[in-house]
Design a protein around this ligand. Structure first.
Ligand code: NAD
Length: 489
């Protein structure tokens, strides 16, 4: 397999203990380019025994005296800084791999996701020497203090929508805190993080600190959840799988953090800058083909500006045409897989059947090749909050427009799903903006913007969108545990 991988530039083997290896049982799965429907390569599929080998390698680097544990925290940080620089310099190479595997426009993978992953590494590299405990005075005859220690081996499981970036969101803070990682990428999109693994070797990351085990969730993911040598699970994915994983990990009482799905409300008041809100609404739902956990998939509009705003959004959306994801001008790529495209199309049918009004889109499209899993930007109006398309995460380019009458009605509707990942408020009234931001139950609220992220700002969910935070200082909580030391004086 290595020869094929090297001749195509892809890495398609497991990455265990610093080496690219085949699965012990020799199993593979095929990964497909969703824009062409052609097979890209066969990827090694990790079984229970491969996960065990990865966990052993990761455990060895958690032992006292290992290269990773002996390394000064700031020297770990230096490796992460080098990785950040390398990723930035190789954004074109890894971005291309991501685009071919995921179907997202090269504009996104090369100029947004990869730089964001590099910034995340850069940010957490800076934390490496700064994760400290405290001295806590309690009595004259005692010296008491806390140590912030790594949790140990982190089992990270990630989805296919931002394959490189979301994996780095786990890896960077975990390594900055001195842990080791066994990561399972989504089976649709394993290639970018395998390429990243190659970079980690060049940057001097000791063998075994990061291990990548592609494979199906039910086999490889379950093996990670079950393995007694894994101390913590850092998961990003659907709410359904997150719940199952948490139950599974409870058997060995792993520390679990879950970054799950969303059905985020994008609330536009009548006093908003409607042109800015229309641009924001478009970015909120159609960026990344709507395969964004924080996608603004519910557009909540105040009655009096409903028609005007909807006209602006629809006019702009109808100009968004799917294109070859590798073309630099393309802004709408291919849905990640046939399975996901079929799911999106089923939701569109349910919207029609339940009585929502289809304004634009609503069907599959192509880019002149007769191939590829492309779906037109789709907008529904007259959506009732009880309809399936208003409640369930579609994870595709489908917008549900819902009216509201006043601020109370807006908040009630905004909070009316089981999710609480993100939200936005558009208004020129600064007091109202802050009041609504407090009232909405979500981990992130944008005011007069959408889809902005920074490694310094925590990201994660309320309600059934999960718990635990990626990014920011909060992420360090996931990857450390506190030890209290009492010295009798
Ligand atoms: P998914 O839950 O189907 O899969 C996520 C990962 O879990 C994959 O690696 C998959 O192989 C693995 N998996 C599946 N079944 C498993 C099992 N039984 N045991 C262990 N692992 C298992 O999600 P997806 O379809 O890859 O991604 C889309 C979902 O991810 C959406 O719900 C989206 O909202 C969510 N998401 C959340 C965030 C966030 O930060 N909150 C970010 C991106 C995506």
């Amino acid at each position: 397999m290595t020869a094929t991988a090297e001749s195509t530039g892809f890495r398609n083997q497991l990455f265990i203990n610093g080496e690219f290896v085949d699965a012990k049982a020799g199993q593979t799965f095929t990964t497909v380019n969703p824009a062409t429907e052609e097979a890209i390569t066969k990827v090694a599929s990790a079984g229970v025994e491969d996960v065990d080998a990865a966990v052993r390698a990761a455990r060895a680097q958690m032992e006292p005296g290992s290269e990773w544990q002996k390394m000064k925290p700031r020297d770990r940080g230096k490796i992460l800084f080098r990785l950040a620089e390398m990723l930035g310099a190789r954004a074109e190479e890894i971005g291309r791999i991501e685009t071919i595997d995921n179907g997202k426009p090269i504009f996104e993978s090369q100029f947004v996701d990869t730089p964001a992953a590099a910034e995340c590494l850069d940010y957490f590299a800076g934390w490496a020497g700064k994760v400290t405990g405290e001295t806590i005075p309690i009595a004259e005859n005692a010296f008491t203090y806390t140590l912030r220690e790594p949790v140990g081996v982190v089992g990270a499981i990630t989805p296919w929508n931002f394959p490189l970036m979301l994996a780095v969101w786990k890896i960077a803070p975990a390594l900055a805190c001195g842990n080791t990682v066994v990561l399972k990428p989504a089976e649709n999109t394993s290639l970018s993080i395998l390429k990243f693994a190659e970079y980690t070797r060049e940057c001097g990351l000791p063998a075994g600190v990061l291990n990548i085990v592609p494979g199906p969730g039910k086999v490889t993911g379950t093996a990670i959840a079950d393995h007694p040598g894994v101390d913590a699970i850092a998961f990003t994915g659907s709410t359904e799988v997150g719940k199952a994983l948490m139950a599974r990990a409870a058997k060995t009482l792993k520390k679990v953090s879950l970054e799950l799905g969303g059905k985020s409300p994008n609330v536009v008041f009548a006093d908003a800058d409607l042109d800015a809100a229309a641009r924001g609404a478009l970015n909120a739902i159609f960026y990344g083909k709507g395969e964004v956990c924080a996608a603004g998939s519910r557009l909540l509009v105040e009655d009096s500006v409903h028609d005007e705003l909807l006209a602006k959004v629809s006019e702009r959306a109808s100009r968004m045409v799917a294109g070859d994801p590798l073309h630099p001008k393309t802004r709408l790529g291919a849905i990640v897989s046939k399975v996901q495209m079929d799911t999106v199309l089923r939701y569109i049918e349910s919207g029609k059947n339940e009585g929502a009004k289809l304004v634009i889109g609503g069907e599959r499209t192509d880019i002149g090749t007769g191939k590829g899993y492309f779906v037109k930007p789709t907008i529904f109006d007259d959506v009732d909050p009880k309809m399936t398309i208003a409640r369930e995460e579609i994870f595709g380019p489908v917008l549900a427009t819902i009216r509201f009458s006043d601020a109370n009605d807006a908040v009630e509707k905004a909070n009316g799903t089981m999710y609480g990942l993100a939200a936005a408020v558009w208004t020129r009234d600064i007091s109202k903006a802050h009041r609504i931001a407090r009232a909405i139950k979500a981990g992130t609220v944008w005011i007069n913007t959408y889809n902005l992220y920074d490694p310094a700002l925590p990201f994660g969910g309320f309600k059934e969108s999960g718990f635990g935070r990626d990014q920011g200082r909060d992420a360090l909580e996931k990857y450390t545990q506190t030890k209290s030391v009492w010295v009798n004086l």
